[in-house]
Design a protein around this ligand. Sequence first.
Ligand SMILES: *Cc1c(COP(=O)(O)O)cnc(C)c1O
Length: 387
Amino acid sequence: MKDSIYKIPLFALNYGVEEEQAVLEVLNSKWISSGPKCQELENLFCQLFNSKYALAVTNCTSALHMSLVALGVGQGDEVIVPSLTFVATANAIKYVGATPVFCDIASYENLTIDPERIRKLITPRTRAIIVMHYAGFPCDMSAINEIARENNLRIIEDACHAPLSDYGSRKLGTLGDFGCFSFFSNKNISTGEGGLLLTQDIDLYEKTKLLRSHGMTSLSYERSTGHQTTYDVVDLGFNYRLDDIRASLGIVQLNKLSSDLNKRKTLREYYIDKLVKIDGLIIPFCEYHDFVSNYIFPIVLKDSNHQKRDRLRELLRSRGIQTSVHYPAVHRFELYNDKTTCLEITEYVSDCEITLPFYSSLTKEKIDYIVTTLNEFITVNEVPCAV
Ligand SMILES: *Cc1c(COP(=O)(O)O)cnc(C)c1O
């Protein structure tokens, strides 16, 4: 374990001997690139998410990129996307030469893209909507699917935060044309780097399967096992393949995900019970009770600004509590520098949100310490966010 100034980190890996054994098994098999473990991971995703097709890929960014390529989105097209997301969601739109059109979120309590505001941003150039299920809480997919149907738009779900989140009887990531997942170290499923794409459409599946590996009609594993002897190249593809070492980690992680998420559910309830007693805090999705992945634990300070928020984060840091911000609004980054866009709710949340430590092995004692410290700084010092 690396040295850290933090008593309580933002996130802790849920790793054990099973991960170690899985990797050793792959190393000893002498097949380490994309092969049987990737297929096993894809099959497991299809089963658990009740999805028709799955493709293991290098990361979520490549999944988003391939989704847009496969849907034929390109130069001159517009794609509606939230600004309160990780920058990769919007970057993927730029990769294909299209224009991201940033949309505000629903409210301080519901940090997902607002369907009514999506409607107002649609132009003749709009081709697709990328939604992002913040912290694993679902966007209003019934309203968004309706908007997409009426306007002939495609939907990509950035489901990085949302593995195994329920949406009625379905799973997030299976409601749009594509669902994109990340296995980056700090995600619910951790493999270091990695990702996966879900789709329910055979043509989109075939297309992205080609794009994943240089547009080649056969894979090296298929040739090594004698199933294929040659290949053609039929499309301008990429190398977005996952390897079997990481896939084996993904299988172990996915198999223990439900139990991890159940622990998170209990911890979230405990956190909320304590936090509601502090004035000056908004707890997003506080009233939401369906089963979700609970990827992160965000709070939003009332009547605050980014200076007060940053000061509070600094105070928490001085007591050994690591926090983060999800997210700096994408439209305010220099790369996007979109001064004409005004997204009131997104900008406020971006300035006044704090992400508290959250992971399945977090203890109630640690939550008590976090909440007590937070309460002390908010109500006693009254510096950061006096109401
Ligand atoms: C992590 C994350 C990504 C990027 O995933 P990578 O696998 O690192 O490419 C994209 N969008 C969201 C919302 C994320 O949290």
